[in-house]
Design a protein around this ligand. Structure first.
Ligand code: FNR
Length: 179
């Protein structure tokens, strides 16, 4: 089974990208996690789309999502919402309009997120629900909300508790995909 984990942060030292990588490390037997970031995706601009078509970085991401059995969005929280870069990528991925359904319709999708703050990106994840509903994904009801992540994912890597938490959550998502 293949799962694509998309990090919503462009930062080199991003906790969310590191959590996505931890998912790849902690994947249960039979599950492969491919980590992707949103580098190279321009801001959505209808003129750009009309004149130059869908950017290559968007098409690559779409190809990876379509080839996967499951999609994880690992989102930071910016001002109680998902970062603009992640919303921007979702918007591009729904263009042209007829691509929305094959990209997202019925796709087994999970939300995860990490923050040094106290609430584990709960608000960003809640806010994303309205967008994911529009996209028509099948959303995994289990959530991975990592608060105080700088304490569990330090310079030496993830502590055992975090590794176990990520492994268990991913196993649950894999079961959901198999259902
Ligand atoms: C933040 N941060 C933040 N954290 C949080 O828990 N709730 C929030 O509403 C916000 N708001 C916010 C806005 C902006 C503009 C920035 C830059 C940051 C802090 C954020 O969680 C922290 O910078 C994370 O480290 C970002 O994720 P990555 O890049 O480490 O994956």
């Amino acid at each position: 089974m293949k799962i694509v984990a998309v990090s919503g942060s462009l930062r080199t030292e991003s906790f969310n990208t590191r959590v996505a990588k931890l998912m790849a490390e902690q994947a249960p037997d039979g599950v492969e996690v491919q980590v992707l970031t949103l580098h190279g995706i321009p801001l959505y601009d209808g003129d750009l789309e009309e004149n130059e078509g869908i950017p290559g970085a968007v098409e690559s991401l779409r190809t990876a999502i379509k080839a996967a059995d499951g999609l994880v969005l690992v989102t930071p929280e910016y001002n109680a919402g998902m970062p603009g870069v992640l919303k921007n990528a979702l918007d591009w991925l729904t263009r042209p309009g007829e691509e929305m359904k094959p990209t997202f319709g019925g796709r087994k999708t999970a939300l995860a997120g990490a923050t040094p703050g106290a609430w584990g990106t709960a608000l960003a994840q809640s806010g994303a629900l309205i967008n994911l509903r529009q996209l028509g994904v099948h959303l995994y009801p289990g959530y991975l909300r990592l608060s105080k992540v700088h304490e569990s994912l330090g310079d030496d890597g993830a502590d055992d508790k975090l590794k176990q938490q990520v492994r268990k959550w991913l196993a649950g998502f894999a079961d959901y995909i198999r259902e």
